[in-house]
Design a protein around this ligand. Structure first.
Ligand code: KIV
Length: 258
């Protein structure tokens, strides 16, 4: 296993793993200084394209955004989401995973699901593809209103079993999305690979958020999203000042002209 992955796995029980999403170069350049993992998530479907489901995100869109992100990522581990319907069987999954890695030069890919995709994960790992798992809330499989996972015992048991299966299938880390906090703790304490939580409490080995949400660019309000900035305000002010100066013929001055 590559050193980059060993470094991430070694952080378990020692230091928290920082992961954020990026969809393009300039943001990726900023994140790269601070993150262990940068994820090109298919959340870009709702964040950038206003899709009501990540199912509408296609392979080409993921590849183009990832190529842009790659330009800004120098030190972090870069993970790309495999879009819906690109891993329905082992043959298809390997073909598209190879294509994503070849075209984007990412380090790993992420798949959503547990038991259902275990043979696919095993096949990818056997073929030297590094895989990040993703269980709990699965946006590619669910439509309608999202709610947290692990309310009922049967659901808790299923999520726990999925975590153990994915660990033995060889994932190098596991995203827990909207998983009830005690279940997240139980999973984190029961597997050797790091868990990365989103809406799954501080009991995970690391945290991931959608960058556009945490900087306040994406106007969304969900319980697990903390807004660390209101970047819309900053942009609004800059654009307003530009507009005022253009209207008053104050921009461009000599300094900005040839
Ligand atoms: O698509 C995405 O951005 C994700 C993260 C939220 C984990 O899968």
């Amino acid at each position: 296993m590559d050193n980059k992955f060993k470094k991430i796995i070694k952080k378990k029980n020692k230091s928290k793993i920082v992961c954020l999403t990026a969809y393009s170069k300039n943001i990726a350049t900023i994140l790269d200084k601070h993150c262990d993992i940068i994820l090109v998530g298919d959340s870009l479907g709702s964040v950038l394209y206003n899709y009501n489901t990540t199912r509408k995100v296609n392979l080409n869109t993921m590849i183009e955004h990832s190529r842009s992100v790659r330009l800004g990522v120098k030190k972090s581990l870069m993970v790309v989401d495999m879009p819906y319907k690109t891993y329905r069987n082992t043959k298809e999954a390997l073909k598209y995973a190879k294509q994503i890695i070849f075209k984007t030069k990412c380090d790993a890919i992420k798949l959503e699901g547990g038991k259902k995709i275990i043979n696919i994960v095993k096949h990818l790992v056997k073929n030297k593809i590094s895989v990040m798992g993703h269980i709990g809330l699965l946006p590619q499989s669910e439509t309608g209103k999202f709610s947290f996972k692990g309310k009922k015992l049967a659901e808790r048991n299923k999520i726990f079993k999925d975590a153990k299966l994915l660990e033995s299938a060889g994932v190098f880390s596991l995203v827990l999305e909207c998983v009830e906090q005690n279940l997240a703790k139980h999973i984190t304490n029961s597997i050797k690979v790091p868990t990365i939580g989103i809406g799954a409490s501080f009991n995970c080995d690391g945290q991931v958020l959608v960058t556009d949400d945490l900087i306040g660019l994406n106007p969304i309000n969900v319980r697990f999203i903390k807004k660390y900035s209101n970047i819309r305000k900053v942009i609004n002010k800059a654009v307003l000042n530009f507009k005022r100066e253009v209207k008053k013929n104050k921009f461009p001055t000599k300094k900005y002209s040839y």
